[in-house]
Every structure is written in structure tokens, then in C-alpha cells.
Ligand binder design. Structure first.
Ligand code: HAM
Length: 404
């Protein structure tokens, strides 16, 4: 029997319902914030991710589903959504228009990671990207939007925030950090040693406990921000305080993608094990320019749908629509015709097999239908249907003509 690939799974039954509930709730909130839908290809040129997510990031250096297609092109299954949306934004020349653009998307992402609970090789994200707004108010608004989505899904969270500075304050800090790391080099893990040369900021994110305790005394960017970044970060925390959104400042939060500057954030849950990040995002003011577009400030986030599926409270569903069945074989076609008409306006479940009353009523419960509609011998002879409202428990026999 052919099974799904390791780290990939089918979404069926309850999972599929959870998925749809999460996406529809997120879309509802995103629309309230002025976001419109965007769809971009799953397959892109590998160069797109190398240049945006970053050559030295784990995602690009270890986890890409990368291959040569039949035309000899170096292509890659998208590991995340932002790069494709930025490419589409530039391809459509939206970077040359003065209007601000806001997009939402959802769909599969692919990372060749070691599968474990909460970590898949194919997973789904819901994301939003806002272009053209440099104000820190937009960072605050984006964070508010994620909290609102989680709130509407009934999910508790911890919010962690940090500032990654800008091209003015980050380079001197990076030099400072490299100096510190070089001094403690021997005690750091192999990965960290490699990163000192390739991407020193990512050392701060190392999960190794020894490294983490050594990093407690590392220089913190938050104490070396330029005036502009410092003012924005203080404004962001003040706005979050005013809005009653609790957060912690995590000076080691650097995110696994290289395109961020200024605000970076992560929403985590302590109820789903070690893969606890349920959403992440931040500002990426240089990415449009870096991918050959006109300089355009931008900020966004993505939610990990499978991780949210573990936590979501499904709302109680009410009985809905009709269940229709025949109690004698001669009535089946009448039922099928009636169902076709009723489906122009309502949800209908039809049972093709003639059955006894009790058996049909079990079907009504299974379909979670509000109304049971049955035709037996008498109803067929008299041109009527028997109908019961399962909420009010009221039942009656009415002419076929008044049923429709
Ligand atoms: P990210 O933090 O890499 O950010 O991913 C966002 C979310 O996707 C994570 O918080 C997590 O819930 C989920 N996720 C990531 N990897 C996996 C996996 N292997 N299995 C299951 N879930 C996973 C981004 O992708 C950025 N593009 C977010 C963004 C949008 N930043 C700005 N705009």
C-alpha cells in the first residue's frame, strides 16, 4: 500500500474541519484589517529563497526541496510564503504604485526537516504581508491581528518580541557580537562555531543549553539600537501595553529567516511540546529592494496551521439543513427530485436506500440535519411529505407543493 511521504499527512474528517475553521476565521479577521487574497506558485526559482530567506539560514542550506526540472531550471518547493508574495508584488509592478498593498494567503510549505511532533515536511501556513507602511503602528496592528485570530480560535499564547535593528545599528552590533563569540568559541557547539563565520546573529538562537547559558552575558542589540529603532521599539511596547497585550522581550529572538529588520515576534504556546511557535513574523524593509523592486517597507506574519489545529476549540455546530429519505422503493425518485430543488437554497443529505423509520432517524442524527423529510406509502399516494423539525420537535405532514 502506498503511504504518504515521511513528514507529510492527509487532512481528513475532524482535522479537515479544523483546518477549514482556522482558515475561514483567519480570512474573516484579515478582511476586517483590509487584506485581499493572493495566490502564488508553490514552485519557484531556487534563487528566490537563497536571496530572501538567506543562503546561510538552516531553511535554505539544509531544508529545501530543491531539484532540477526537465528544462534544467534550479527550482524549489516554497519553504515559506513571504518570498513568493514579494516576488509577485514586484512582478506586478506594485512597488511602483503609491498605494499601500495588503495580502493574505494560505497553503502548503515544504521544509525537509527531521519530522517530529509539530514538525512536518509539508505543513500549511496562513500569512499576511503589508507593503508600503513604514510606521511602527503597522507592526502593532499586525501583532494585534494575530492575537485577534488566536482569540477568535480560542487559543491562549505567549508573545515574544525583539528588535533586530537596521542597517545603521545592526552591523556595529554584529561586529561586537562576533568579538564576544570568538572569545568563548571553544565552549560553543559545532553549529555555533560555523555560524560565527556565516551568520553570527543566529548563534543567539541556538537551542543547546550550554550555549544558551554562555550567551546570557552576550551583548544585546536592544541596548545598542540607533535612535530611530529605539524609538520605534519603545513605541511598540507602549502600544502593546495600552492594548493590554502581554509580551516578553526576548533579546535572543532572531527568527530563522534572514530578511528581518526592526520588529521580530513569535507567538508561542506551552501546550504543544517543543515545537511551540504557533506564529511568527516581523518587519522586512529591505527585501523588496533586495529582490530588485523599488524600496518598499513591509511587515507580515505567518501562522502554522497544523500547530494551531492541536489547540483549536471547535465551536459547537448546530443542526443544519435537511435529511431526506424514502420508506418504500417507489418514493426514491420523488425524494431525489425534491432534494435537487431544495439544494438550490439549502444543505440536503439524501439516503438512496429505502429504509424503516428508526433507521432513517439514525441517519438524520449522523447527518446532523435539522429537518427529517420522509416519504412512505401514504405520503406517496396523497402527494405529501412527512417533516420533523429536530430542534422544536414539531412534526407534520404537508403537501409536496408547500414543502418547496
Ligand atoms: P516561520 O516562523 O518560519 O516564519 O513560520 C511560521 C510558522 O509556521 C511557525 O511559527 C510554525 O507555526 C509554522 N511552521 C514552521 N515550520 C514548520 C514545520 N516544519 N512544521 C509545522 N509547522 C511549521 C515564516 O515562514 C515567515 N514567512 C513568516 C512571515 C511572514 N514573516 C513575515 N511575513
Amino acid at each position: 500500500m502506498i503511504k504518504p511521504l515521511r513528514g507529510m499527512k492527509d487532512l481528513t474528517f475532524d482535522d479537515a474541519q479544523r483546518f477549514v475553521h482556522i482558515v475561514t476565521t483567519a480570512i474573516k479577521v484579515a478582511k476586517r484589517y483590509g487584506y485581499g487574497y493572493i495566490e502564488t506558485p508553490i514552485l519557484e526559482e531556487t534563487a528566490l529563497f537563497k536571496r530572501s530567506v538567506g543562503d546561510s539560514s538552516d531553511i535554505v542550506s539544509k531544508e529545501m526541496y530543491q531539484f532540477e526540472d526537465k528544462g534544467g531550471n534550479d527550482v524549489c518547493m516554497r519553504p515559506e510564503g513571504t518570498a513568493g508574495v514579494v516576488r509577485a508584488f514586484i512582478s506586478a509592478k506594485l512597488d511602483r504604485q503609491p498605494v499601500k498593498q495588503k495580502f493574505y494567503y494560505y497553503g502548503p510549505m515544504f521544509r525537509y526537516e527531521r519530522p517530529q511532533k509539530g514538525r512536518l515536511r509539508e505543513f500549511h501556513q496562513f500569512g499576511c504581508e503589508s507593503f508600503g507602511e513604514a510606521s511602527v503602528y503597522e507592526d502593532f496592528t499586525i501583532i494585534t491581528m494575530v492575537s485577534q485570530i488566536l482569540k477568535e480560535l480560542g487559543i491562549g499564547f505567549d508573545l515574544q518580541i525583539n528588535s533586530l535593528g537596521c542597517p545603521e545599528c545592526m552591523p556595529p552590533y554584529r561586529n561586537n557580537l562576533v568579538g564576544f563569540l570568538t572569545e568563548i568559541k571553544e565552549k560553543l557547539c559545532e553549529d555555533c562555531n560555523r555560524r560565527i563565520g556565516t551568520n553570527p546573529i543566529r548563534v543567539l538562537d541556538c537551542k543547546n543549553e550550554t550555549c544558551q547559558s554562555l550567551l546570557e552575558h552576550s551583548p544585546k542589540l536592544i541596548n545598542h539600537l540607533c535612535d530611530d529603532c529605539d524609538r520605534d521599539f519603545k513605541k511598540l511596547t507602549a502600544l502593546l501595553d495600552d492594548a493590554g497585550i502581554t509580551y516578553t522581550v526576548d533579546t535572543n529572538l532572531v527568527r530563522g529567516l534572514d530578511y528581518y529588520n526592526k520588529t521580530a515576534f513569535e507567538f508561542v504556546s506551552n501546550e504543544i511540546g517543543s515545537q511551540s511557535a504557533i506564529a511568527g513574523g516581523g518587519r522586512y524593509d529591505k527585501l523588496v529592494e533586495y529582490l530588485d523592486g523599488k524600496p518598499t517597507p513591509a511587515v507580515g506574519f505567518a501562522i502554522g496551521i497544523e500547530r494551531i489545529m492541536e489547540l483549536v476549540q471547535m465551536p459547537e455546530t448546530k443542526r443544519e439543513g435537511y435529511y431526506m429519505g424514502a420508506m418504500v422503493p417507489e418514493a426514491i425518485e420523488k425524494i431525489i427530485m425534491l432534494a435537487g430543488k431544495k439544494r438550490e437554497t439549502d444543505k440536503v443529505t439524501v439516503e438512496y436506500n429505502p429504509k424503516g423509520f428508526k433507521s432513517h432517524m439514525k441517519g438524520v442524527d449522523k447527518a446532523h440535519a435539522r429537518y427529517a423529510v420522509l416519504i412512505g406509502e401514504d405520503e406517496l399516494a396523497q402527494g405529501t411529505v412527512w417533516i420533523k423539525d429536530l430542534e422544536s420537535r414539531e412534526e407534520k405532514t404537508i403537501p409536496l407543493t408547500s414543502f418547496l
